[in-house]
Design a protein around this ligand. Sequence first.
Ligand code: URA
Length: 203
Amino acid sequence: MNNSKELYLTTLRDKNATPHQFRTAATQLAQLLAYDTVNHIKTKKIAIETPNAATTGSTFAQDIVLIPILRSGITMLPSFLFYFEQATVGVVGLKRDETTAQAQWYYCNLPPLTANQQIIILDPMLATGGTGVEVLKKLQQIGVRDSQVLYVSMIAAPEGLHHIKASFPAVTFINAAIDQKLNTKKFIIPGLGDFGDRYFGTL
Ligand code: URA
C-alpha cells in the first residue's frame, strides 16, 4: 500500500477518532482512490486547440457510471464526481440481515446502462462480498459485462474478494488495503468497525 493511503487509513482504523476526524480521513482516502481509479479508465486521443496552436489531448473513451452502494458508498460519491464530473449515478441499497449476513434489496435506481460504459461501484467495506454479488447479478441481467466493472473499496476482506471473483472473474478491484479476515459477525479484521455508523455518527 502506498504511504498516503496508510496515513488516512490509520485515522479511520483508530477507535478513538472523532466522527469529524473519521469523516475527514474518509474523504481524503476517497480522493486518493478516485485518483487511482482515473488511471484504470481507458482514454482516447482527441484534437484540441490551445489559445496558441492546434494540439492533441485525451479524454475518457467511455461514458462513466458511478454506482454507490447505500449507505456507506454514498460517502465516496463527491470525491468520485470531482474526477468523473460527467458521470451518471445509479444508487443501490442493500441491507445486511444481521442474523444471516445475507444482502437484502431495499432500493435500486439505475440510469440507462449499456455494454460500452465504464461502471464504477463504490463500496467502502468489501466484507462478505454478498452485496457486491447481488449488485453484479442485477447489472448482468441488464446486459453489463463484469469486465466493464471497477469495484472500489477502502478495505476489502479476502473472503469477499474470492466470493465476487468466483462468479465475476473479470471485475477489477481497487482498494487501499486487503485485511486479514472476517470475524464471526462478518466484520473485517482488523478493519475499522462499522463504517456507516462511524461516518454518520449513528453508533
Ligand atoms: N461493513 C462495515 O462497515 N464494516 C465491516 O467490518 C464490514 C462491513
